[in-house]
Design a protein around this ligand. Sequence first.
Ligand SMILES: Cc1cc2nc3c(=O)[nH]c(=O)nc-3n(C[C@H](O)[C@H](O)[C@H](O)COP(=O)(O)OP(=O)(O)OC[C@H]3O[C@@H](n4cnc5c(N)ncnc54)[C@H](O)[C@@H]3O)c2cc1C
Length: 405
Amino acid sequence: MVEDLIIIGSGPAGFAASIYAGRAQLSPLLITGSALGGQMALANEIENYPGFLEAINGQELTQLMQRQAERFGTRVEMDEVTGVDFSVHPFKVKTYAQEHEAKAVIISTGASSRKLGVPGEEEFTGRGVSYCATCDGFFYQNRTVIVVGGGDSAVEEAMFLTKYASKVYLVHRRNRLRAEKVTQERAFRNEKIEWVWDSVVTEILGDQGVAQARIRNVKTDEEFFLKADGIFIYIGNVPNTQFLNGQVELNERGYIVTDRKCHTSVPGVFAAGDVQEWSLQQIATAVGSGAMAAMEADKFIAELEGTTYPERTYSHVYWGKSPDLTKSLKEDNKVMVITKDMPIGQIVQKYPKTVEVFLRHGLMCFGCAIAQYEDVEQGAIAHGIDIEALMKDLNAVVPEAAGSE
Ligand SMILES: Cc1cc2nc3c(=O)[nH]c(=O)nc-3n(C[C@H](O)[C@H](O)[C@H](O)COP(=O)(O)OP(=O)(O)OC[C@H]3O[C@@H](n4cnc5c(N)ncnc54)[C@H](O)[C@@H]3O)c2cc1C
């Protein structure tokens, strides 16, 4: 089976893309990768994503996005992409479990935490070295931890860790932070955080677990040790693009080069979110580009098929088989499915007048706009559809529909 669209990655960019693609009837396949929710799921408190008056937890937001994507027909597959072949069409996407084919692909594989690359880091990963305060913070009740970094993630997670730890050293290579002003101000008021400016971690030492870190002041070259039970590293990201094996253009840092509409160097392959060059690397921007990529993928597929309405099969096509559709809509709250699995081109050919009425009323996919609502009238209202007017126009062409399958 050739998929219309495969979305690689289950962060906010991937979920936003799948919500838009699902609503465009593409029935996308989303391959999650090993980290469901991506970096978003690591964020303990998200305060800057619009729509949430109180901070929302990253895992909670992940669940909401996944449910919304599935509601519109996204199939979520827990697997990881190991390789792609974009030199052929349909494109090939290989995972550990199988090989897929797709007409279009969206890459939303984000980025992973950059490693410090110092002795002891690898040895103590999982035994005191962590890249996720949300996941591991709990284990440091009344203990001392070091956070490395000076951006939003480092400062926010340092504050989060003060819930558990008795002391948090924040080691930063410069003498001022990159984090948002509001975050900085809150952090400076937190008495559990001790700031270690102009300094870098050069070695992590311990026995069974982390015991201390060797620190060097980059201005004076002075070396000293900080005793700590855990080290949380937030020094930026590296893009997850290795599996592409050079098949789309990357910049010198490994991020995917895209235009403003998320097109990569390969027609039909799009990129969204943190994996893109010049992304702000935030949830709001990841979501925005995911939406853009999905819409561009939809256009690509439509053009590929040589028609504005791709020869896609809709599972729900509604109109008045019964001349009394109004009754059904309003009283029974039922929707008539009169044509199942009929390609859209065939419908257009067979019932041109009815199609014309639906289009005139903004029902671009012949009722699909209201299909997602159990209560059809409510759905119609939500989409600003004037049922009375629609019925009036439909009744005028009902003879065409009567007796249809
Ligand atoms: C600790 C922390 C706190 C943060 N706090 C905030 C905040 O408060 N507000 C905010 O706006 N932003 C915050 N961010 C940044 C935000 O989370 C990211 O900008 C955003 O998640 C990027 O989304 P994305 O979908 O592009 O990529 P990611 O979230 O990185 O998701 C990438 C996805 O791709 C998948 N993947 C990778 N490789 C493969 C593969 N080979 N095959 C299949 N799938 C693959 C991964 O499993 C993952 O699901 C925070 C980040 C961190 C780390």
